[in-house]
Design a protein around this ligand. Structure first.
Ligand code: GTP
Ligand code: MG
Length: 314
């Protein structure tokens, strides 16, 4: 856990109200984001001189109490992890018992591979597992379906109306909006005292990808995506909540990535996700999930089917 001695960026030398506002507007809201920024970023965003950018960054670094923890402390934290069941034992087992809180799980795969279905299923299952909890569903492709939630809730023996009341849906119209909504989740938890235990971002990358085709450079996009993922990681860790994100694969070979089946966002998304699941369509309408690059679980595959009532083992 990283703690800060000085928590308000306005307390940094050379950061007045105007500079603080520019920094916060660009998403640099806490000490850590400034401590890891480059002078060039601050010069561009806040219009400060290079000397003053360096001073701000080094003061932010000074202010950070770098958190060293013992293995025992980490183990204790891991004992607090909750796992959301998917309905498919095979899929849960592949993930060590379900979708973890305190972590980001990413599902990537082609259209129709089941990414959105998993988002709906996890939403209902976690609301059933934890009667006090809420879900935030950040919907970037307008594919959230209350009708589907009702079906799943009914077959889970839950009151669909009660379940729907506990889902906060936020439609994101572009990548900036998506980033802002994600940052606001912290306010929902801290200010509005909502007990959010699952955040779904479906899709994580679609807006970033579409906008990149229209404007900007790959580096800009990756930098934004990186910041977005850090917001999600912080949400997951500081609130012990589960983040589930979906991601597409490249439809055709791309000079920037090479591999035609690679997930969007390249190593930035790969690196930030604690668990990565590659989904593909299997035989007889089944779906096959493959766990990739997990910190503690072996590479494995799990097959399941999507039914009206949810995910089921084959
Ligand atoms: P994109 O967002 O297009 O990239 O795809 P996705 O990976 O999100 O796919 P999605 O989760 O939307 O999967 C769609 C598939 O789920 C459909 O082709 C169906 O096979 C299945 N499915 C969706 N709804 C139902 C349902 O109510 N009952 C059943 N049995 N299957 C469903
Ligand atoms: Mg989808």
């Amino acid at each position: 856990m990283t703690k800060t001695k000085v928590s308000d960026i306005k307390e940094l030398p050379g950061v007045g109200a105007a500079t603080a506002e520019k920094l916060e507007g660009a998403g640099y809201r806490d000490m850590l984001s400034i401590a890891v920024a480059s002078p060039a970023e601050l010069i561009e965003i806040a219009g400060v001189t290079e000397a003053s950018a360096r001073k701000i960054i080094s003061a932010a670094r000074e202010a950070m109490e770098m958190g060293f923890e013992t293995g025992e402390e980490i183990l204790k934290k891991r004992e607090l992890i909750e796992r959301i069941n998917s309905g498919s034992n095979a899929l849960d087992q592949m993930l060590g018992g379900g979708f973890e809180t305190g972590a980001i799980t990413e599902a990537f795969g082609e259209f129709g591979s089941g990414k959105t279905q998993i988002g709906h299923v996890l939403t209902v299952n976690q609301l059933k597992q934890n009667p006090e909890a809420m879900t935030v569903y950040i919907d970037t492709e307008s594919t959230f379906r209350p009708e589907r939630i009702i079906q799943l809730a009914e077959s889970a023996g839950m009151d669909p109306k009660e379940i729907l009341k506990r889902i906060i849906v936020a439609k994101a119209y572009n990548s900036d909006h998506q980033m802002l909504l994600t940052e606001k989740v912290e306010d929902l938890i801290k200010k509005d005292k909502k007990n959010v235990k699952l955040v779904v971002v479906d899709s994580l990358t679609a807006h970033f990808r579409a906008e990149f085709i229209g404007r900007g450079t790959l580096a800009d996009r990756q930098q934004k995506l990186n910041r977005h993922l850090h917001t999600l990681m912080r949400l997951a860790e500081t609130n012990n909540l589960c983040v589930y994100v979906t991601n597409q694969v490249m439809a055709k070979p791309d000079t920037f990535f090479g591999d035609p089946t690679q997930a969007i966002g390249g190593h930035i998304v790969a690196h930030a996700s604690t668990y990565r699941i590659y989904l593909r369509k299997g035989k007889k309408g089944s779906r096959v999930a493959k766990l990739i690059d997990s910190p503690s679980m072996p590479e494995a595959e799990a097959a399941f089917i999507v039914e009206t009532g949810g995910l089921k083992d084959i």
